[in-house]
Design a protein around this ligand. Sequence first.
Ligand SMILES: C[S@@+](CC[C@H](N)C(=O)[O-])C[C@H]1O[C@@H](n2cnc3c(N)ncnc32)[C@H](O)[C@@H]1O
Length: 267
Amino acid sequence: MTTGTDRPTDAEATPGGSAAPGGNSSAYGESLADVYDSLYPAAGPAIDSMVGFLQKLRPAPASLLELGVGTGRLAIPLAGSGYRVHGVDASPAMLAKLHENDSTGRVTTSVGDFSALAVEERYDLVLTALNTFFMLPTQEQQISCLRGIHDALADDGVAVFETYNPQVYHRLTEATTRVGHLAPDALLLDTIQVNQSLQSVLVVHTIMSAGGLRKVPEVSRYAWPAEFDVMARLAGLRVTDRWADWDRSPVTSHSEKHVYVVERQNV
Ligand SMILES: C[S@@+](CC[C@H](N)C(=O)[O-])C[C@H]1O[C@@H](n2cnc3c(N)ncnc32)[C@H](O)[C@@H]1O
């Protein structure tokens, strides 16, 4: 992977991996880039806690690779805190938004599929936030991603994953609907269907606005903590900590999310 000036200027560029823009891994971002910042606001106490969490692990100006960087919701404040941030995303539309949002131009990016990272740099931190790791729909792709992270980490580097607690979805035995506010004249309707035996979740995001209806299907695969540990080992990594949030609260069976801290095994 290259850093520095590899801003995505061209839909053919794939320095972060082998994704073909327009392929499956880019579908979510390509369809939601215009509304993503309304869904996930780019400021607030949770982002401050995330920055504080990483500062305690490896303080700025450490180098940081964010997988599935999206519109820069996290990458831009991290760069503002002094990190040298590079982001990979399969979606050129998400990265175009990121560069619009990044007024100081500090975050560098490349288009690529993080299930097949092609690494030239090694980073002090690799961040995969907001359940993005679970967007890889098979166990093979998740292991392959972890192998790529292994190669992308400096010897004493640390990878951090923010995922939901699989229980949150696994307990949904019936199709479920959630409604969210997007804008004064736009609504988001999510229908959620879980296949417990495959550990897969199908969310169909329906955006209702003055422009009409848009449907965006999203398939993800959750991994249980014990499985995550084993997949990490297979990739030459080991989980050193698991927390319930960015404030390092202990995990309980009621935790909504998990924050994993992972190192190379040979440290
Ligand atoms: C839920 S968003 C998270 C964005 C950002 N990290 C944040 O916290 O706001 C997931 C992002 O991952 C990207 N993505 C999903 N699968 C990917 C893959 N296989 N390779 C690269 N990017 C991917 C999507 O395009 C999207 O921008």
